[in-house]
Design a protein around this ligand. Structure first.
Ligand SMILES: [Mg+2]
Length: 370
């Protein structure tokens, strides 16, 4: 069995990959979101040429091929190449799932079933009162029992979105959501260690359980200072896609919870490797999955398979009113939440079908055997 054709369907936000073998088997994957049109260029220039004609075994065994691409393209390490490789990795997992008639979860040691979510807010342009309103609605209507909200400003150099917002939202949500709802916060690289520690102690008093990216994420020593000073779990790693960075983060014990992103990492194989390294030193893995595209589906499957899965799946609460590009991507609703859980079904592969109309309206490119 060989890869005969690799097609991509893209717009600026999203790019899907379809792989077809010489036997006619197909698999669908996705590259990482945003600037996906650029990632698609990288894909056809630096990933597809090594993969077209690739001989596939009967069982999934292509980690070395992904590594080989990284080595062949060693002058271009980093995000774009790995965002593109994620498209290949996730399409091949789907292909094997369809071929072997199993969900991807089952191919990697997990199994179908329910996965608890936390509702993840992406917004800072919202008052604590309005955030409270919508989180309470989701708690009451969908049974979601954990939420993450935003403090500080994104890479904000110690400045809050507006003065006092961080303390306000922590206080308002502690009161409004109640002690039974777990509360997580994301600093998105905002704070110096001094400010992060002060805010962290304040949040501890209000029962927040998870402080994500308190300091500029690339400043590991700063994050570690915060981690060592607080009782609250400090989480991080969503931007990191380089294995040597991960090794150093883990060796130095920079965080309490690791958060690799399946799509930034270059797919499932490499994310499983990070989860496994974290497991060796007893750290939980709560991956980053910040939108309702395939990243959340892949992460759902992954969480059923790793022994150190964190408490929940990150599940964006922003629908197409905030992210219009998320509209009508898939057939049906693969993101249905019931009583605070989503489900990994027994459907083969990722268990989703991409909407034909969406595909027809995308930019098409193909790399194939002549
Ligand atoms: Mg984050």
């Amino acid at each position: 069995m060989k890869i005969k054709k690799i097609e991509t369907f893209s717009n600026q936000y999203l790019s899907f990959v379809k792989i077809t073998t010489d036997r006619g088997d197909v698999g669908w994957g996705q590259m990482s979101t945003y600037h996906a049109d650029i990632t698609t260029q990288v894909f056809h220039r630096q990933v597809a040429p090594y993969s077209i004609g690739l001989k596939l075994q009967e069982q999934p065994n292509f980690a070395d091929h992904l590594q080989l691409i990284i080595e062949k393209e060693h002058k271009f390490p980093g995000s774009y190449l790995l965002r593109a490789i994620a498209g290949l990795d996730t399409a091949l997992w789907d292909l094997y799932g369809r071929l072997l008639e199993k969900p991807v979860a089952s191919l990697i040691g997990g199994k179908p079933g329910k996965v608890r979510i936390y509702g993840s807010s992406m917004r800072r342009d919202i008052s604590p009162q309005d955030e409270s309103l919508r989180l309470r609605k989701l708690r009451d209507e969908l049974g979601i029992s954990a939420f993450k909200f935003r403090v500080g400003a994104e890479c904000g150099r110690d400045k809050d979105e507006w003065e006092g917002r961080s303390e306000d939202i922590v206080k308002v949500l502690a009161k409004d959501l109640g002690a039974d709802v777990q509360r997580l916060v994301d600093g998105n690289s905002c704070f110096s260690p001094e400010k992060a520690i002060a805010l962290g102690k304040y949040m501890q008093d209000y029962g927040v359980s998870h402080f994500e990216e308190p300091c500029p994420y690339w400043e590991h020593n700063q994050t570690k200072l915060v981690k060592d000073a607080l009782d609250i779990d400090v989480a991080g790693g969503e931007q990191d896609c380089d294995m040597s960075t991960w090794k150093s983060t883990l060796e130095k014990k920079v965080v309490d919870i690791v958060q690799p992103d399946v799509m930034y990492m270059g797919g499932l194989y490499r994310t499983l490797e990070v989860a496994s390294m974290a497991n060796e030193i007893g750290l939980p893995c709560t991956p980053h999955a910040a939108n309702l595209s395939l990243v959340t589906i892949c992460t759902k499957h992954l969480l059923t398979a790793i022994p150190n899965a964190g408490n929940y799946l990150e599940f964006s609460i922003e629908d197409e009113t905030y992210y219009p590009w998320q509209k009508d991507i898939f057939n049906g609703n693969p993101f249905e939440v019931i009583d605070g859980f989503v489900e990994v079904t027994t459907d083969p592969g990722w268990g989703v079908e991409i909407n034909l109309e969406w595909l027809e309206n995308s930019d098409y490119r193909v790399t194939e055997i002549n």
